[in-house]
Design a binder for this molecule. Sequence first.
Ligand SMILES: [Mg+2]
Length: 285
Amino acid sequence: MKIHDYENHPQLANVLTPVDEVRTVLDGTACFVLDMDGTIYLGATLFPFTLDFLTAVRAAGKRWLWFTNNSSRAPEEYLERLAGFGIPASRDEFLMSTDVALDWLGRERAGETAYVVGTPSLREAFAAAGIVPDDPEADYVVLGFDTTLTYAKLVTACDLLRAGRPLYLVNMDYNCPVEGGFIPDAGSLAALLERSTGVTGPSFGKPTRTCLDFILRRTGCRESGLTFVGDRLYTDIAIARDAEARSILVLSGEATVADCLTTDAAPDAVVRSLADLIPLLGVTS
Ligand SMILES: [Mg+2]
């Protein structure tokens, strides 16, 4: 149950962080911001160590928050999935890129309408937040991870961008991992819009500072007490690069040993998986 065979990579020992340094990161952590796919499960299968990791976090007097960049699904779908794994979570304990986008747009573009290129659940989230999601004369264009994309939506979005409306990306991931490989995500669709119109725009999920600030406000955590844990270098890890927050890369998902040797995302720690953290959480220094 691994995307790649990191265990047998000849350079594995060179990229793993010494245990004492990992423990220092854990000791300074009050709240873990946990990525989901590739970190706690792969596809439909929960990793065998995930529940033990969460138990160890709780026993150490620390807490966690779930955060996913995936803007194609409704939060309820994730909460159901977690509950199905035996991990009941409340809406307060689960945040996603869509939450960051709605918070920012609600404040900075108050009273304006949107043209949302996204799934029905993303458009419903906008409507529920009081933002018209399907105005063909919209004040701005929103692009999410639209697994229901049509050519007509692309044409309308490009028309609006050419007419000078700004573009906002709910998340900027290029691909979404699925069982058997990857499918194109919002960042790849944004490249298509940019190629056609020359217009690009800011995004809201990991790795943006907007996302980090949103999490700080919602958790009430000090930035130095926040540690992002995830399997993707350019989102889960990059968000903490120029911040007081820290990051732990797990090799159980997308990032490979070879990626670790060349990245500039600078994780504070690299471990095989959450399993490596369990014994270190049990020891306080
Ligand atoms: Mg992931």
